[in-house]
Ligand binder design. Structure first.
Ligand code: ADP
Ligand code: NI
Length: 215
């Protein structure tokens, strides 16, 4: 499989993104996925599948493309032109079509071991200092508030369509980001998620104190 062709395809699709699903997000997720994969004993063949899925996972996202169906066809086409075998294409498509948070809200999808690693890596990049930065950047790009008087939607009342409604950046922490650590698939992913969640909790504590005038 020619990963360079897939990487170049990804750059063409994400180079103008201004929602935090950009090329630098892909670079970070690739590094995290590689780290988790090594700890999980994944071989070079598995790592190739992981890299391809990391490159392609946000290209087909409705936040990034106007036509999800067309882009799915384009992704299959680029994988063929990169000489991926049919079974490799199916493994990669299965990962990128089923890994997202929004698609797992109402019914949890079963992922392969390689898919679980890509999902953990993508979720780690939503947490910690970079996760805080991405959340405010995303909210700004959508015209959402930093915070408002609307209470966050409790986890058991969240649906895919409610998740997509423009919630404030601060509510996004309670509706998604603080819950991610309990969805990790791998030991390494869980450890990184726990550390990054602690940092976000400190941030939210200071944030609440500041906006309520306590400090
Ligand atoms: P997934 O692709 O797993 O469904 P998203 O693409 O919705 O996840 O989220 C990726 C990142 O984009 C989030 O971790 C967050 O930083 C940002 N984001 C998504 N939705 C919101 C939102 N409503 N408010 C603020 N940030 C958001
Ligand atoms: Ni992503």
């Amino acid at each position: 499989m020619n990963l360079t062709i897939i990487h170049e395809f990804m750059i063409r699709h994400l180079q103008n993104d201004a929602t935090g699903h950009d090329v630098l997000h892909i670079d970070r997720v690739e590094k995290i996925a590689e780290r988790i994969a090594r700890a999980e004993g994944i071989d070079e063949y598995g790592l190739q599948i992981i890299r391809a899925a990391v490159y392609l996972h946000d290209v087909i996202d409705e936040k990034v493309t106007h036509s999800v169906e067309q882009t799915i066809d384009d992704v299959r086409h680029v994988l063929k032109s990169a000489e991926a075998h049919d079974e490799e294409i199916e493994i990669i498509m299965d990962i990128i079509l089923n890994m997202s948070y929004s698609k797992n809200i109402e019914q949890k999808k079963t992922l392969t071991h390689l898919g679980q690693i890509v999902q953990d890596a993508d979720r780690i990049d939503a947490l910690g200092a970079i996760g805080i930065a991405r959340t405010f950047y995303y909210a700004g790009s959508k015209g959402s508030a930093i915070y408002d008087a609307t209470p966050p939607i409790p986890a058991d009342e969240l649906t895919e369509s409610k998740y997509r409604q423009n919630t404030s950046a601060i509510n996004h922490f309670y509706e998604k980001l603080l819950l991610l650590k309990d969805t990790m698939n791998t030991v390494t992913g869980k450890k990184l998620a726990d550390e990054r969640t602690e940092l976000m909790k400190h941030f939210l504590t200071s944030f609440d104190a500041e906006i309520s005038g306590e400090c």
